[in-house]
Design a binder for this molecule. Structure first.
Ligand code: F6R
Length: 317
């Protein structure tokens, strides 16, 4: 008798929970991209590579920007790892917009950039420092002393690279590292063959990378042959990595990164070893993934779970 009552009660609770869950899912689905929640609390740290496929590069960039903005709001003194190149441009534009229109506050944020060309002064229009100033830093309220971009004109590079690593450690480590990917699968300037345990150091650039980046210079001959770059090991030390790739020209590198073996020949594949990676793609960059439909289903379930968790009063979780 008692057992029967307990059974009835549990059944009713289950029906109620199901209805509540369905309602949450409906609500999450109707949410606009800006309003969706992206919890990155330590207790929500995922132990997997989360693959998010958005319909366009615009949505993918907004999604990446939302992730970064959410971290800054949750942890105002966070440490961000930043990248240069064409990929993050729209992300930075969205972050600037949020600073201007929504008061996104950078006053306590510290940043570390991935890399810099050897030999270029920070004022050189093709230097990565100049790029960051132009496309992000001078539009937000970040403090100059909290900005770190490797110095391409350091005299004792070995020592300088060790100092850069130490500065990252002293800042408490990188909370979120934003990454682009080269067409040969490199992250930062870790060209194919780079040790997966490498730290900040000087790297000779591959011909392909020089050709890819020549679009920013008057001619390929002007592209520096060497760069100072965080190592793969340095990147893997970040608490969370956010890899953004858009466009068909990144599809092959993404397929190798996500579905290929972990290999130093595609340094981005080392991200498979990281415990908390988000890969944000547009349809074009995702187009060569063999399990694309499965990733979409996993992401759908993930969003439903997050919406359900976000709606529960914290004391019940
Ligand atoms: C730049 C960097 C590089 C780029 C990559 C892709 O700081 O670390 O790894 O992310 O070369 O460049 P884009 O985005 O120009 O295709």
């Amino acid at each position: 008798m008692v057992l029967q009552r307990v059974g009835d009660f549990l059944e009713k609770t289950e029906v109620w929970q199901r209805r509540f869950f369905d309602w949450l899912v409906k609500r999450a689905k109707s949410d606009s991209i800006e309003n969706r929640r992206f919890p990155v609390e330590p207790e929500n740290v995922r132990i997997f590579m989360r693959i998010i496929i958005e319909p366009s590069s615009e949505y993918a960039s907004k999604r990446a920007a939302a992730w970064i903005a959410q971290l800054i709001r949750r942890k105002p003194n966070c440490v961000l790892g930043l990248a240069t190149g064409s990929t993050p441009l729209a992300v930075y534009q969205e972050l600037i917009r949020q600073h201007r229109d929504e008061g996104l506050d950078w006053s306590q944020v510290t940043t570390f950039n991935l890399d810099e060309y050897v030999g270029l002064a920070p004022t050189h229009p093709q230097s990565y420092r100049y790029f960051m100033d132009e496309h992000l830093f001078r539009h937000i309220n970040i403090l100059p002393q909290n900005i770190n971009v490797p110095d391409g004109r350091a005299l004792d590079f070995e020592r300088y690279c060790r100092t850069y690593e130490k500065l990252i450690q002293q800042a408490g480590g990188i909370d979120l590292q934003l990454l682009g990917i080269g067409s040969d699968g490199h992250i930062a300037f870790n060209e194919p063959g780079s040790s997966l345990g490498s730290r900040t150091r000087i790297k000779t650039l591959m011909r392909k990378t020089i050709e890819d980046n020549a679009r920013f210079f008057a001619s390929p001959a002007e592209v520096p042959r060497m760069a100072i770059t965080m190592g793969v090991g340095t990147i893997l030390d970040s608490r969370q990595c956010l890899l953004l790739a858009t466009g068909r020209h990144k599809a092959e590198a993404i397929a190798h990164t996500v579905e290929g073996p972990v290999t130093s020949q595609v340094t981005a594949s080392a991200l498979q070893l990281h415990r908390d990676v988000i890969v944000v793609l547009d349809e074009a960059a995702a187009s060569l993934l063999q399990r694309i439909e499965y990733y979409k289903e996993v992401e759908q379930t993930q969003r439903e779970l997050e919406a359900a968790a976000a709606a529960f009063p914290p004391e019940l979780l």
